[in-house]
Design a protein around this ligand. Structure first.
Ligand SMILES: [Zn+2]
Length: 168
């Protein structure tokens, strides 16, 4: 169901994303992933992404990346995250929800992978982290969003902790 209020909120969020994340072209292949050599997962991700160089990413690659989130380097993540956000909000909720819940879930890392999550997001500016918080708020306000699917409070806390690390 599309209502005017939701459309307005989505438009405001899109403007925030566009302002916080200026256009960035795909980083050099070797810079995309955490490992440059000896890791088949990272090699696979680089090959998949490389096929899209100069092209627009599509649903197949977003779904593929959702399963390979951990392979993205900080600069790979900085390039990828605004594309992912724009893609999610360009879809109807039903088509986007799996990608959206995954993203929120990724902001609630297990204790043992928390450090690598902070590192992955380490190149984001304060403005760019705030944009992720706006995205969470946008989800939270959507009538289709189920709190029970993911731990939204933990995701907010994670991003606020990241903000504090940035400003300290
Ligand atoms: Zn790897």
């Amino acid at each position: 169901m599309l209502n005017i209020e939701d459309c307005m909120k989505t438009k405001i969020l899109l403007d925030e994303i566009n302002e916080a994340y200026p256009y960035m072209s795909m980083p050099a292949s070797m810079d995309l992933t955490v490992h440059t050599h000896g890791c088949e997962y990272c090699a696979d991700v680089r090959e998949r992404l490389e096929a899209y160089r100069g092209l627009e990413l599509d649903k197949t690659v977003y779904i593929f990346m959702r399963r390979n989130w951990g392979t993205l380097s900080p600069v790979g993540f900085l390039w990828f995250i605004p594309l992912y956000l724009r893609y999610c909000i360009s879809l109807q909720w039903d088509d986007a929800e799996e990608l959206i819940y995954f993203l929120v879930y990724s902001f609630d890392p297990l204790p043992e992978s928390e450090d690598s999550s902070f590192i992955r997001l380490s190149l984001l500016s304060v403005k760019q982290i705030k944009c992720l918080i706006y995205f969470l708020e946008w989800c939270d306000e959507n009538e289709n969003y189920y709190e029970s699917e993911v731990d939204t409070i933990k995701a907010f806390n994670f991003l606020h902790r990241l903000l504090m690390l940035k400003s300290s």
